[in-house]
Design a protein around this ligand. Structure first.
Ligand code: APR
Length: 312
C-alpha cells in the first residue's frame, strides 16, 4: 500500500508539491482546496499524467476532508497572499483562521499524521498548528530553511561554477528578513565558503538570500515563489515517509535549544518517520548568537501578535 499525503491548499505551491511527490512515486496524494472544482481538476490532470511517466500513484482532489482519511503526512499550504493595503496583522488573522481549520479538520480524519506547514508567516503558523491541534512538538515542522538554504546554494553555484551537489549552505532563524545565513558552517566540498569566496561576493550572496522571496515576487508581479518552496516540502515529506533521518534546516518547536523556548524557529532538524527526531545544535560564535537572537525576537513578536488576535 502506498503512503498517503494530503495537501491542504491546492494553489501554486500545493499543486506543485503534488507534482514533485507524484513524479517521484513517493505517495498517493489528496489535494484539498475551498475553490470548487479546482482541486478535483488539478488532481485528475495529474492522475492522467501518471501513465505517461509510468508511476503508480493515485491523485484526487476535493473540497472536503473525508478523502484525506488516514494520511501519513498533511501538508498545509492553504492561505491568502498579502494584498495591497493589507497589514501584517490582517494577513496573520486571515491565515490563522485558515490554518486552524485545516489542522482541526485534517486531525479528525488522520489523528496520527505528521504536519508540514508552509503557510506564512511560517514560524507562527507552525506554532498555531501545534497548539490548536494539541500535537506533540515532533509532529509539526515548518518548511523554510530548506528553501532559504537552497537559494543560497544556487547563488553560490552561479558564482563559482561548482555543482550544486558540492555546495552546502545552512540558513537558520525565522523565515523573514532577519534569517541567518551561517557562512562559517557553509562549505564547498568541505572548503569553508569564507575561504572559497572573497568577502564582498559572499556578502552579496547573503543579502540576495535574505531577499530571495521578494526577488521572485517582484519578478512575478502576481503571486510568490512556488517551484523551490514545493521542492523543499517534497524533500521533507520524502525524508519523513522513508525514515531517512535526514538533517535539514527547518522550523521546529524550541524547548531550550539555542537558549530559546516556546517558539517555532529555523534550526537543523533530523527528519524521520516520527517527524522531528532531533534538533542539532551548532556551536555558535557571539556574532552568530546575536543574529539568531535578533531573528528570534521577530518571531516572538509575531507569536505575541497571534495570541492577541486569536484565541489558542
Ligand atoms: N482551505 C483550503 N484551501 C484554502 C483555504 C481554506 N480555508 N483558504 C484558501 N485556500 C487556498 C486558496 O484557494 C488557494 O488555492 O489556498 C491556496 C493558496 O494558494 P496560492 O494562492 O496559489 O498561494 P501559494 O503560492 O501556493 O502559497 C501558499 O504558502 O509559501 C506560502 O506565503 C505562501 O502562505 C502562502 C502559502
Amino acid at each position: 500500500m502506498n503512503y498517503k499525503v494530503s495537501i491542504i491548499g491546492a494553489g501554486m505551491t500545493g499543486s506543485t508539491t503534488a507534482h514533485w511527490l507524484a513524479e517521484r512515486e513517493i505517495a498517493d496524494i489528496v489535494l484539498v482546496d475551498v475553490v470548487e472544482g479546482m482541486p478535483q481538476g488539478k488532481g485528475l490532470d495529474l492522475l492522467e499524467a501518471m501513465p505517461i511517466i509510468g508511476k503508480d500513484v493515485y491523485v484526487v482532489g476535493s473540497n472536503g476532508y473525508e478523502e484525506t482519511k488516514n494520511s501519513d503526512v498533511v501538508v498545509i499550504t492553504a492561505g491568502l497572499p498579502r494584498k495591497p493595503g493589507m497589514s501584517r496583522e490582517d494577513l496573520l488573522t486571515a491565515n490563522a483562521e485558515i490554518v486552524r481549520k485545516a489542522t482541526l479538520e485534517s486531525l479528525k480524519y488522520s489523528p496520527d499524521a505528521i504536519f508540514v506547514v508552509l503557510t506564512n508567516p511560517l514560524d507562527t503558523m507552525a506554532y498555531l498548528t501545534m497548539k490548536v491541534g494539541k500535537l506533540p512538538p515532533h509532529r509539526v515542522v515548518g518548511q523554510a530553511g530548506v528553501l532559504d538554504s537552497a537559494r543560497m546554494r544556487a547563488f553560490v553555484a552561479m558564482e563559482t561554477g561548482v555543482s550544486v551537489e558540492n555546495i552546502h549552505c545552512y540558513v537558520l532563524g525565522g523565515h523573514g528578513d532577519e534569517m541567518v545565513p551561517l557562512t562559517r558552517h557553509s562549505n564547498i566540498a568541505g572548503i569553508p565558503l569564507r575561504e572559497y569566496l572573497p568577502a564582498d561576493k559572499l556578502e552579496a550572496i547573503v543579502n540576495r538570500t535574505r531577499k530571495g522571496g521578494g526577488e521572485i515576487v517582484n519578478l512575478l508581479k502576481t503571486g510568490s515563489a512556488y517551484y523551490a518552496p514545493s521542492a523543499a516540502v517534497a524533500q521533507m515529506v520524502e525524508a519523513i515517509l522513508k525514515d531517512k533521518h535526514l538533517i535539514v534546516p527547518a522550523s521546529a518547536y524550541m524547548q531550550g535549544e539555542y537558549g530559546l523556548r516556546d517558539i517555532f524557529f529555523g534550526v537543523p532538524v533530523q527528519l524521520g518517520r516520527k517527524g522531528v527526531e532531533r534538533i542539532i545544535e551548532y556551536t555558535l560564535d557571539e556574532e552568530e548568537k546575536a543574529a539568531l537572537e535578533k531573528s528570534a525576537a521577530a518571531v516572538r513578536e509575531s507569536i505575541r501578535t497571534l495570541h492577541s488576535l486569536v484565541e489558542i
